[in-house]
Design a protein around this ligand. Structure first.
Ligand code: AHM
Ligand code: MG
Length: 333
């Protein structure tokens, strides 16, 4: 392999991130996640050719229809992490309770929160989907992770990231010292460093990303914020709008180009849709490490103390000046 190519395994082994040098088990978790990502990527790529598209017939803890690929991705990640020996518990969007590691496997110090296949309602129409992960260190005594190990603020994450199954598959993560992105090279089946030390451009593009169909249900502050993005009466400051409806894809564009991604609450449902532990906190960590801000509209999401595994929270991710603008509008109205 040419020397100029840096695979994810090289990157983690060489310990380019100093604080990871001694954290063998953390690097092991990241490798296990990247292996799971390759397996899921293969299935996503040929989904239309196999019998894996469509609903599984089950509903999840959120009352949402589960897609066959949701279940498959969940199984792949949970099995990969369970047998890896570095993990002591897993919280998944697909499981109501914290998942314990079977007794015949070793456990390790890390507890993982995952959204195995985010945006899966898009899969049948061949639109990008993603996997989101968040890694914390266990604080309790004993072999198995306890709920108290998971219900910790995002500020305590050791590492977090996502896999973007788009035109190419990317593995993007932070372990607290910047963000690095790796693109899956199908010819060698390796994630190769393609986006070293990824930083959100400043000021970045004027793009806002939100499901505007909910506008009539928003608070006045949220409505006025988006009116501001539509441009003043003289047409100044107008923005473009982009909304895939797959958070990983919308977020990936936001950290590469700048702009703002929002999933606000509504008057009837102030907490919105997205889940704190395995969607908002991890992408918030990545966002801040890339130079952006991550807010619930009032405060940084990293400071929020989760109360339950599947807690929802409004979210604003992106360029610092736009997140501050959103907070100002929401505070006034
Ligand atoms: P999911 O975890 O059930 O896939 O739901 C999360 C997805 C996000 O990817 C996306 O940002 C959001 O739901 C879109 O929701 P909506 O269709 O309400 O705009
Ligand atoms: Mg999701």
């Amino acid at each position: 392999m040419p020397e100029s190519i840096v695979t994810l395994e090289d990157f983690l082994a060489v310990g380019k991130q100093d604080h990871l040098k001694d954290a063998h088990e953390l690097t092991h978790v990241l490798i296990q996640l990247s292996l799971a990502a390759k397996v899921i990527s293969n299935s996503v790529r040929k989904a239309s050719l196999s019998d894996i598209l469509g609903a599984s017939g089950n509903t999840n803890v959120h009352g949402e229809q589960v897609q066959k690929l949701d279940e498959y991705a969940d199984t792949v990640i949970v099995e990969m992490l369970s047998k890896g020996g570095s993990v002591c518990g897993i919280a998944s969007e697909e499981s109501e309770e914290l998942i314990s590691i079977p007794k015949h496997y070793e456990t390790g110090p890390y507890v993982i929160c995952i959204d195995p296949l985010d945006g899966s309602s898009n899969i049948d129409v061949n639109i990008s989907v993603g996997t989101i992960f968040s890694i914390r260190k266990k604080r309790s005594e004993g072999r198995d992770a306890q709920l108290t190990d998971v219900l910790r603020p995002g500020a305590e994450q050791c590492a977090a990231g996502y896999v973007h199954y788009g035109p190419s598959t990317m593995f993007v993560f932070t372990s607290g010292s910047g963000v690095n992105g790796f693109t899956l090279d199908p010819s060698i089946d390796e994630f190769v460093l393609s986006h070293p030390d990824l930083k959100m451009p400043s000021p970045g593009t004027n793009v806002y990303s939100v499901n505007e169909a909910y506008m009539r249900k928003w608070t006045a502050g949220q409505q006025k914020l988006v009116h501001q993005f539509h441009g003043g009466q003289d047409g100044s400051d107008s923005f473009s709008s982009r909304y895939v409806g797959s958070m990983v894809a919308d977020f990936h564009r936001t950290i590469l180009r700048g702009g703002i991604f929002m999933y606000p609450g509504t008057r009837d449902n102030p907490k919105g849709k997205l889940r704190l532990l395995y969607e908002v906190a991890p992408l918030g960590f990545v966002c801040e490490q890339a130079g952006g801000l991550a807010s619930d509209g009032k405060q940084p999401v990293r400071n929020i103390h989760p109360e339950d595994l599947h807690q929802r929270i409004p979210v604003f991710l992106g360029s610092p000046h736009l997140i501050k603008l959103a907070e100002q509008y929401l505070a006034r109205n």
